[in-house]
Design a protein around this ligand. Structure first.
Ligand code: UD1
Ligand code: CA
Length: 453
């Protein structure tokens, strides 16, 4: 049985922000959400999150049935914070304490800690830091047993030189925790109830404190300021880049890759520099993405080329499509097999049929285009009358001349041709030619006006 307590009531003064610290993001996800997501992997019976500073905001951001919030109205220390959750913890469960501002802790590390807890032992995650300043120091006796944690502000000069520090992550039986918490006192340099003081209590009872270190220091680094946030962001991205490359993805420069969500890729996918992936992005086989592209919630088929500086969101691209450079593919765009969207083209709620091309400088919104159509440069679907949106339908193999305005609602039939520069306001039937523009008049010997005095 496992109960998890996540401490997230602190203010995070050093962020210098109106947003509660645990809501600041790493890889597009709030710090606290990372911790909750990892906690979930442990299949605990409950995840209790202690909130205080900005409690309402924090609660609103992390709504999920398996998360239970506990309010710590005044932040009187980490021990006091855990105390607030104590009524919800079961005696015979292992209680795992996590920090809401330590986002990159790994499932494996936590699993092996939990396994170290028994009737005679609790578990503590420690780490050796080159610069231990600010952290609680791990004090050991001559035999190497942990006897106490001493906070920086309470430490003697000798203790300050200890480089093994408390990560804050610990696990113990509920019954033991409940016996120790009421014994904490706030008589220390910060006037706080330190959770860390339970170590000395455990030791006094003759209980063993099993320690363990994480595989990487980054797992236990907290975010207290913007620099640390940026540092963990880079670490996260580099790790993700590495694992994607291991699975066969080509990243032309893994240091210039960002994913704030989930990315999956088939075989022989190449991603050029400075691309950003958000939400859920799925790429098929043989996909090539040029530099400086942003993809958010996009599903891409096989053999697709997305050229430089294209921005795609909530869209799906079937096999053999080509997009960009400089394309803006907005929500509701559905590119069917072999469709092509060229430079400076914006699409929105648009179905572009198989093999159809919108190659240059166009806006296609609220539109349905059949197969094999060619939409000339500068074509605009005028979908908005200032109040409502209307649909444009273009049939298979239609040819829309350059600089055409299609005033929706309007239909252009199959195989129809629209002359360049037309403003189409009425339906064009199948196979018709429509030219809707001022007639060209040519006058011989035209004299330009001369300047009058
Ligand atoms: C704490 C540990 C220190 C450890 C360090 C690791 C104590 C007394 N000290 O110090 O040994 O090296 O973490 O990062 O535990 N929180 C609450 N309510 C409170 C106080 C804190 O929920 O009343 C939460 C914070 O939001 C944060 C976590 O507990 O998520 C840690 O609090 P923080 O003030 O950052 O602890 P440190 O002083 O860094
Ligand atoms: Ca502190």
């Amino acid at each position: 049985m496992l109960d998890i307590v996540v401490l997230a009531a602190g203010k995070g003064t050093r962020m210098k922000s109106d947003l509660p610290k645990v809501l600041h993001p790493v890889a597009g996800r709030p710090l606290l959400q990372h911790v909750i997501d990892t906690a979930r992997l442990l299949n605990s019976d409950a995840i209790h999150v202690v909130v205080g500073h900005g409690a309402d905001q924090v609660k609103a951001c992390c709504t999920a049935g398996d998360v239970h919030f506990v309010l710590q109205a005044e932040q009187l220390g980490t021990g006091h914070a855990v105390q607030q959750a104590v009524g919800h913890l079961r005696d015979n469960a292992v209680v795992l304490v996590l920090y809401g501002d330590v986002p990159l802790i790994q499932e494996n590390t936590l699993r092996s800690m939990i396994a170290q807890v028994n009737a005679d032992a609790m578990a503590l995650l420690t780490v050796d830091l080159r610069d231990p300043s600010g952290y609680g120091r791990i004090v050991r006796d001559g035999g190497g047993a942990v006897t106490a944690i001493v906070e920086q502000k309470d430490a003697s000069p000798a203790q300050l030189s200890i480089c093994e520090v408390n990560t804050g992550v610990m696990a113990m039986r509920g019954v033991d925790l409940k016996r120790w918490l009421p014994q904490l006192s706030s008589e220390n340099a910060q006037g706080e109830y330190y959770l860390t003081d339970i170590i000395a209590l455990a030791q006094a009872e003759g209980m063993l404190v099993n320690t363990q270190q994480p595989a990487s220091e980054m797992e236990v680094l907290g975010v207290n300021d913007r620099q640390q946030q940026a540092q963990l962001e880079r670490f996260y991205q580099q790790n993700l880049a590495r694992s994607l490359m291991t699975e066969g993805l080509t990243l032309l420069d893994p240091a210039r890759f960002d994913c704030r969500g989930r990315l999956s890729a088939g075989r022989d996918v190449i991603i050029d520099i400075n691309c950003l992936f958000e939400g859920d992005v799925r790429l098929g086989n043989n996909v090539s993405i040029g530099p400086n592209c942003c993809l958010k919630n996009v599903v891409v088929g096989n053999d697709v080329v997305i050229k430089a500086n294209s921005v795609l969101e909530d869209a799906s691209l079937a096999d053999d499509c080509e997009v960009g450079p400089f394309a803006r593919v907005r929500p509701g765009t559905d590119l069917q097999r072999g469709a092509k969207i060229g430079n400076f083209v914006e699409t929105k709620k648009a179905l572009i049929g198989p093999g159809s091309k919108v190659n240059h400088l166009s806006y296609v919104g609220d539109a349905e285009i059949g197969s094999g159509a060619n939409i000339g440069a500068g074509t605009i679907t005028c979908n908005y009358d200032g109040v409502n949106k209307f649909k444009t339908e273009i049939g298979d193999d239609a040819f829309i001349g350059s600089n055409t305005s299609l005033v929706a609602p309007v239909k252009v039939g199959k195989g129809a041709t629209v002359g360049a520069g037309s403003t189409i306001t009425r339906a064009v039937d199948d196979n018709q030619l429509s030219v809707a523009r001022g007639q060209q008049r040519n006058k011989d010997g035209w004299k330009r006006p001369t300047k009058t005095k």
